[in-house]
Design a protein around this ligand. Sequence first.
Ligand code: GRF
Length: 237
Amino acid sequence: MPEVTPAPLPVVILISGRGSNLQAIIDCMQAGRLPIEIRAVISNRPAVAGLQLAARAGIPTEVVDHTHYTDRAEFDNRLQQCIDRHVPDLVILAGFMRILTPAFVEHYRGRMLNIHPSLLPDFPGLDTHRRALEASVKEHGASVHFVTAATDGGPVIAQARVPIQAAETPDSLATRVLDQEHHLYPLVILWYVQGRIREDNSGKVLLDGLPLSSPVDMASIEQLPCGPGCYSFVVAS
Ligand code: GRF
């Protein structure tokens, strides 16, 4: 029997700005390391850099400008219609800076991911790098989680840790965390595409069918059942 290559997973990516995580995902996809089809990149802000990155990669872009809607529910309804026209199996929030209504989140429950620049549950919300330094933590980092109605509160799948250095500033820390995000997010998306991770009915993350007792630490990736090849599959250039 000839080997059948599975069709790439249809996804929609939501952004609000710069789009560096979007670019990392596009790079992995274009390099043949992430079997997804990005059906659309949707921004809630017009003319942001991420839209240009998508257009340059030949990906359809759309804007649903939140300032044109009177309340969150109306905006989320419109956004949902816009997303669902593309029939994605996964919705990827990549720097999408909007609080989402419970109805919207429920609609995509178990099939919407977000990346957040902190070691959740520490520092949900904005300005995480400055807040981490003010709290004198020894390490900071990034988390990828399933999205629930609690902002930045959904079950965490994996984290990348970044030690705080001497004379660290919010900007220097943000740069190093962002670099880790660009490895972490494509890897977790790959796991989703491979059917390796899912959220069960009780809100627990299952990896290879087993509940995670704590988020996967990128530093321990070689101990995973998939072995080191899984990691290099994504980060090797
Ligand atoms: C990233 O730090 C991400 O973790 C957070 O928003 C930022 C988006 O950056 N949710 P970019 O637009 O992907 O460059």
